[in-house]
Design a protein. Structure first.
Length: 154
């Protein structure tokens, strides 16, 4: 993984650690919004917290200040279902990680690989260049209620 790719991956992981608590969007959504249910699967323990962040632009993907919604909630064994209401129709990329030790950060191994569960929407995954792109992780929200699944990998 090159320095640029590593920096992008690190930015995504850091952004997940600074998401807003609760399930409310970080800014008001216009009329004609929908709810997005995110099912996060493969949590290996109820220890720590699950962090989830949602972005609506490629330029903002990975920047916590530009996420349109986010939450951190107690982990569970198996899966968790999170509902985000009042999202306008559009394309979204989602990232989640299991802060299993509850230290408030995404831990990595000595060589920089994920040491805690990590997942992206659309089953996107890390590449040799770093975090997946917005386009690789993007899902479409068309104005109706939608559901997507993120499977964490450890």
């Amino acid at each position: 993984m090159g320095l640029k790719g590593f920096s992008r991956a690190l930015a995504v992981l850091i952004a997940l650690g600074v998401t807003a608590p609760g399930n409310a969007p970080l800014h008001a959504a216009p009329a004609g919004t929908a709810s997005l249910t995110i099912v996060v699967e493969n949590l290996r323990s109820p220890d720590g917290f699950l962090h989830v962040a949602i972005w609506d632009t490629p330029d903002g993907f990975g920047n916590g200040d530009l996420s349109v919604a986010g939450t951190a909630l107690p982990a569970a064994d198996g899966s968790l279902r999170i509902v985000f209401d009042n999202l306008p129709p559009g394309r979204y990329a989602i990232a989640a990680y299991h802060d299993e030790n509850g230290n408030g950060k995404f831990d990595r191994t000595a060589i920089g690989l994920p040491a805690e569960g990590l997942g992206f929407s659309n089953d996107a995954w890390l590449t040799l260049l770093g975090a997946p792109s917005f386009e690789q992780a993007a899902i479409e929200l068309d104005g109706a209620a939608a559901e997507t699944v993120i499977t964490l990998r450890y």
